[in-house]
Design a binder for this molecule. Structure first.
Ligand code: AGP
Length: 366
């Protein structure tokens, strides 16, 4: 009860600003600098079990699903085991094959989302093993799972998830690192990632200082009738989450697309009236992304880029320059400016930011 929005005006804004502390809390006691790995006491997996499963399937709803998509990419990239994320709400309705060699992971901030809980029970009924990545200690999903990782993000009051999303992606990085170091990752790469994880809270602090710049961009990119969000590979779940944030609190129609798919259809939507928010990390797909930006500019589209360096104005009308993490960890940071963009757009539009229409904090019914 002593949890207040304090001087922040809204819980959403307070929770955005809580993120350096929340990330620090989730990392506490879990990083091993010497061996370049992460210790996760609640997993209930022996090193042998961690080495032997053949796939990872991540399940959650909404933002939890998108955080899971970042998690799947981290696990596949670092631990070299095929991994993917699917909405739990879909999975439970399609009579999925439950495979004893798959590690299932259920993701939930509240631990009470019914679709996710029912999914866990269905997997277990068919002999599968499920880990939970959950914030609420002692919640239904946390109790139902066979082991897991608590987020320790602290309470999240705003209906729109911000810090729980970010902390979930950090915990997937820990899980990926842990699995990778018993499977196929060198100690040096492990140590590099531990250093990268330790740097995150201060880097998030740097991003929060961009709030004035982002608030200034919110009218142009967050209050028009349609906004396109694009990203490739690591940037793609970031774009999806960014679009969901904007939809939830500003009621603006935001469409998220993989940048690679734009020319296969949605490019037809681009015009001077429909701006694009593009996730453009300085990674191996940088040049590909610049080509896509050129295609948008050629159709008169305005572009706001999230990048690690200022882009030429011929390719992006505005750039938000985000600090670089280790490349695998970049998605953790790239999502944060989009939370602030959605927040400030909703404030400009005069919406009830913490209680968006039609939504509940956790969907505990069918
Ligand atoms: C996020 O902003 C949403 N309000 C929503 O998508 C949420 O992430 C989803 O309902 C899952 O909730 P959970 O993490 O509590 O299970």
């Amino acid at each position: 009860d002593d949890y207040q929005a304090e001087g922040y005006g809204h819980f959403m804004r307070k929770e955005i600003h809580d993120q350096p502390t929340a990330v620090e809390r989730t990392l506490r006691g879990r990083l091993d600098d010497r061996f370049g790995t992460a210790h996760l006491g609640g997993l209930n997996l022996t090193p042998r079990e961690s080495r032997e499963f053949k796939r990872v399937k991540i399940l959650g709803c909404g933002s939890a699903h998108y955080a899971g998509q970042i998690g799947a990419q981290l696990i596949e990239e670092l631990a070299r085991v095929p991994a993917d994320s699917e909405p739990a709400s879909e999975f439970r309705y399609r009579n999925p094959l439950i495979d004893p060699d798959t590690l299932y992971v259920a993701v939930s901030q509240s631990g009470e989302t019914y679709d996710t809980l029912a999914t866990v029970q269905e997997i277990q009924r068919k002999g599968g093993r499920v880990l939970g990545v959950v914030n609420a200690v002692g919640s239904s999903i946390a109790r139902q799972c066979d082991g897991g990782i608590y987020l320790h993000a602290g309470p999240e009051i705003s209906v729109t998830s911000t810090k729980a999303f970010t902390v979930t992606t950090v915990d997937f990085a820990l899980l990926a690192l842990h699995l990778a170091r018993v499977r196929d990752l060198s100690p040096a790469d492990g140590q590099r990632l531990v250093r990268g994880l330790r740097a995150l809270p201060a880097q998030i602090g740097e991003i929060l200082k961009l709030e004035d710049q982002i608030a200034g961009l919110a009218r142009e990119y967050g209050t028009c009738p349609n906004v396109m969000f694009i990203g490739r590979v690591r940037g793609w779940p970031v774009a999806r989450e960014g679009a969901l944030k904007l939809k939830e609190v500003s009621y603006v129609h935001a469409e998220a697309y993989p940048a690679s798919e734009l020319k296969h259809g949605p490019l037809a939507l681009i015009s001077p009236e429909t701006p694009t928010v593009a996730i453009v990390p300085d990674d191996e797909l940088y040049d590909k992304n610049l080509t896509t930006l050129g295609e948008i500019k050629a159709r008169g589209g305005r572009i706001l880029a999230l990048a690690h360096r200022e882009l030429p104005t011929a390719l992006a009308d505005h750039t938000i320059v985000v600090p670089r993490a280790e490349p695998e960890l970049d998605p953790i940071l790239l999502g944060i400016p989009l939370q602030m963009l959605a927040y400030h757009a909703a404030v400009l539009l005069g919406h009830d930011v913490d209680h968006p229409r039609n939504l509940a904090k956790s969907v505990t019914v069918e």
